[in-house]
Design a protein around this ligand. Sequence first.
Ligand code: ADP
Ligand code: MG
Length: 267
Amino acid sequence: MNDISLTHLSSNRSLTGDGGAAIAVRDVGKAFQGRVVLERISCDVPKGQFVVLLGPSGCGKSTLFRCLTRLIEPDSGTVTMHGTEVTSLRPAALKALRREVGFVFQQFNLVKRFSAIDNVLAARLATMPLWQVLLRRFSEQDRQLALACLDSVGLIDQAYQRAERLSGGQQQRVAIARAFAQQAELILADEPISSLDPESSENVLQILQRAARERGFTVLCSLHQVDLAVRFADRIIALRRGRLFFDGPATAFTSDLREELYRAQRA
Ligand code: ADP
Ligand code: MG
């Protein structure tokens, strides 16, 4: 499989280095039944970086993730993605924007009875009718792309294995291959390793890190494990009880800060 070019997997629009923000969050607030869960959050996710949204369980990571593409409507503030103000989009444009995002979920969200390659292809053809997916009307080019994506997550040997027969780590790698095949410029991964063993977790984080470093994807990934965030992320955005606690290069997330966040977890 190594002879298949992977260069086209990266977005041609935002292969970056230009230092812009893929996502700009300004004063985003959210409350549930009067309880404030996000308090005026402002942060940027720079293009082409692997950014970890870090914080203890319940600090608001998933809520912020959902606010980014308005799966939850924020009460206040704005979100801008690649220059488009998401928070003012009408439903049709919002739907189109969501198709430009590769979502990776905690529970993988694969079609379990589909093979790995069909799961990747299904996302590739997300805009086409389901019957075409079911009848496997894929072009040879699409197949080659899907195989290249599976190869890049180390799963070429499992391409025709049903998703339900793969391990959790392998399923999550299929989900990442699906995001690659979508040629999304942005990958949003909310706690993608929370149900994986340590070895699979590191493997998945390495793949996401490489997606940013070698291919120019922007990856925002939430985690609650400080050590893994520091080891893998280019940048860390940390939340504590719905407030921004830290936003900067992972190398600047000192042990003092780690301890403070840890103390906050126990408080
Ligand atoms: P995290 O992902 O960091 O664990 P969440 O964003 O899931 O945190 O949750 C933040 C807080 O908001 C938690 O206290 C949670 O109980 C609360 N919460 C999340 N979603 C809802 C909801 N739909 N209704 C009410 N409370 C919610
Ligand atoms: Mg969460």
